[in-house]
Write a protein that binds this ligand. Sequence first.
Ligand code: DSN
Length: 414
Amino acid sequence: MNLKKQDPEIFNIIESEKKRQVEGLEMIASENYVSEAVLEATGSVLTNKYAEGYPGARYYGGCEFIDQAESLAITRLKKLFKCKFANVQPHSGSSANMAAYAALIKPGDKILGQGMDSGGHLTHGAKVSFSGKWFESVSYGLDPETGVLNYDEILKIAKREKPKVIMCGYSAYPRKIDFKKFREIADSVGAYLIADIAHIAGLVATGYHESPIGVADIVTSTTHKTLRGPRSGIIMTNDEELAKKIDKAVFPMLQGGPLEHVIAAKAVAFGEDLLPEYKKYIKQVLVNMKTFAKTLQSFDFDLVTGGTENHLILVDLRNKNLTGVDFQHALEEAGISVNKNGIPNDPNPPKVTSGIRVGTAALTTRGMGETEMKRIAELFNIVAENINNPKVLAKVKKEVKQMTKNFPVPGIKS
Ligand code: DSN
């Protein structure tokens, strides 16, 4: 109410975004909807407090309650991932990765990560990112035939390049990752291993994906994708010495005051993730993805790797004569959000691409199930066949709006 009176411009923007979130289908694989409780903590007075340092050792007075909130976030996170040490202060996944590197290596050292054109992240060594500018970065890709990780090839590259750090964990990879194989590769060249589980964190926490805890030296993640918390980052390890280095890398090396309102919201989310309902949710995310993928394949959509074992798919649109950017825009016209995404060896540039990435985490949070997934896959096909037909796209949008009426978005009253 105050925001409406004081700043109607921002109020109206937020209201429009609420409407977009309620009336559309959110299928960007890295997005989700947080609970009302997580929203409440994020918007709390904890935003007023400076707390440089860590619980019990702050550089400011008045941290009694902040310490309690941050300690709870740490305890719950350690329980969730069964790890020994956790830092909950990184502002994002990128900050978490920056701190993980800073704990292990120096500028100029060599890192080996997956190329962005094969589903890697900016911070895994892309030349436009700090990770490619401050470190000597080399990359591995995917098998050109199958689109899956080729561990023999990665071993060959590691032996040739002798990196100090190997990074695994991806933004657009629909298959499982063999962390133990990565450990063997890292050990064979004396490299550290970082696992960035930003996308699959929810699957790891609930046992639907092998855990890299105790296998990789450091595990990083965002907290807002399958983990369904506020927009932020975390770092975990089982190594006490490394844990000390990570803490120093996060503060005071890279960050100042932590965002304690977000840390409290992370604690709330981790509490939710520890409940049996959350495991059921992740199971449904996977069932929904499988059903959606199968139905899409029945309309002759080509999935990179031929399918999926997690919460996302990567669709190769070349047989449909569509680019990623055009299909993304047409789906948006129809009320469906996805992102264009490069496919392995994409002939198109990153702003165009030949693929889209699609995920089911957000729709599953709304309570959608297999019936909806089947129909939505049919809608994708209708949009693909009518990309330049505004009338058909408008009709699909109407159906999407109708469908969403039965599935409330947590924290948004309609
Ligand atoms: N930007 C994120 C994604 O969409 O996957 C990667 O961190």
